[in-house]
Design a protein around this ligand. Structure first.
Ligand code: BT5
Length: 240
């Protein structure tokens, strides 16, 4: 694997914000890890709670890389593979979640800068690891889980990080060799939603569809009464 430079900080506002600063200073292949984030970011200006014990990091890449939507697919698959190796029954949920037993264990925020063409991309990955779910706000506890809750024992963050970076590197190579369809089919196998009913939640509106496929851009292809539609943003909920 081509090496990543790894920078670790005790506390950061957000590893994605810090990565953006590093991108300006010319770094090309860096991983920024924070032991705790004070203002972790989710999509659409949402908050990501990042207490001590979790694995909070951003992977910054400069060069010819795919756009954030495809990166979300790739990064979530890398996390899924690594969590499975750690003994967890990880599943994928479009666009950017990894779940265990139906609960969110990981969220991903991929971003890019297009100032002069594609300048850089980053994948911000947050995994709830060595803390009890009671460290999260009450309203999130039912829908969230941590490796500690699932495994009943702590796991080594450095080992998990290394395993994710290896999987990411492998998947980036597959992608460079034109293999997004292979990534898509592994993603679909691990998502369990294809062919099933899902709710798409966009701009506060909820609509029921059948999930059909992933598009080559990493969007979700759905259908309703035989009419196909591409979901490019928002959230997916799986009916109970
Ligand atoms: C995400 O957004 O899931 C993307 C999260 C990305 C976090 C990483 S950590 C490293 C890097 N640095 C950052 O600042 N961010 C990235 P979204 O799909 O919008 O989900 C956000 C929603 O998940 C929130 O509105 C809450 O409902 C819920 N949530 C917040 N913190 C959580 C946690 N620790 N575990 C589970 N759910 C959480």
């Amino acid at each position: 694997m081509k090496k990543f430079e790894i920078i670790t900080k005790q506390t950061l506002e957000s590893t994605n914000v810090y990565a953006r600063e590093l991108a300006k200073s010319g770094k090309r292949r860096v991983v920024i890890v924070a032991l705790e984030q004070t203002s972790g970011k989710g999509r659409m200006k949402r908050k990501w709670y990042s207490p001590r014990g979790g694995l909070w990091f951003s992977v910054l890449l400069k060069g010819n890389y795919p756009e954030p939507q495809r990166l979300n697919i790739l990064a979530s698959l890398a996390v899924c593979r690594a969590l499975k190796k750690a003994g967890l029954k990880a599943k994928l949920k479009w666009p950017n979640d990894v779940l265990v037993n139906g609960r969110k264990i990981c969220g991903i925020l991929s971003e890019a800068s297009f100032a002069n063409g594609l300048e850089y991309v980053m994948m911000g990955i947050g995994i709830n690891c060595n803390f009890p779910v009671s460290k999260l706000p009450r309203e999130l506890r039912k829908g969230a889980t941590t490796t500690l809750e699932e495994l009943g024992k702590p796991l080594e963050l450095a080992v998990l990080l290394d395993s994710i970076l290896k999987e990411l590197d492998r998947l980036l190579t597959v992608l460079r060799n034109g293999g997004f369809s292979r990534i898509k089919s592994e993603w679909k196998k691990n998502s369990g939603i294809i062919g099933k009913e899902v709710y798409a939640i966009r701009s506060g509106k909820r609509e029921k569809f059948i999930a059909m496929d992933l598009t080559d851009e990493g969007f979700l292809l759905v259908s309703k009464k035989g009419k196909k539609e591409i979901v490019t943003e928002g959230d997916i909920r799986i009916p109970l």
